[in-house]
Write a protein that binds this ligand. Sequence first.
Ligand code: FAD
Length: 138
Amino acid sequence: MKLVRLIYSSAVTRDMSLQDLKSILDCARSNNSGLGICGMLCYENNYFLQVLEGDRAKVSELFIDIADDPRHDDIELLGFEYIEKPLFDNWKMGYAGGSPIFQKMLEKLEMDAFEPGKLTPRQALAFLHHLSSHQSEI
Ligand code: FAD
């Protein structure tokens, strides 16, 4: 099995309620665990930032489905690389919601607002990983 990590950013096409986010998360939770895919989805400032880790073919197929979802567009692939082992041990969604830790991370990146398309692949991964260990799930 060839393990890969894929990171992308996107912009919402309409306002997302907590219920909208929950329904994406529920769907991702049940599908991704069945596919052996881990990672994290972060939502803030009308942008998504997502990392997917798992089998190359499965991650590619899932990404194509996600990219087709009308709830977001302006999808930008930030990174795609082979990995030895996953960094994320399960599937999570971080709803940032302006938490102090999130604000601190933005300050560190010298960003006034969350604009994930401006992050390098390394910054995006560090951001998601840091968030995954500090953020409560919804
Ligand atoms: P269906 O639910 O039948 O979807 C059919 C079509 O309708 C698809 O194009 C779907 O994208 C779209 N759709 C579904 N619900 C809505 C809605 N409420 N409003 C508008 N269009 C809708 N899925 C995962 O399995 N894993 C993930 O990690 C994952 N991450 C996502 C991240 C983001 C930012 C978004 C927006 C969606 C994500 N999804 C994820 C959902 C994914 O895009 C698909 O909706 C899901 O895989 C189910 O698709 P389906 O074709 O099997 O089923």
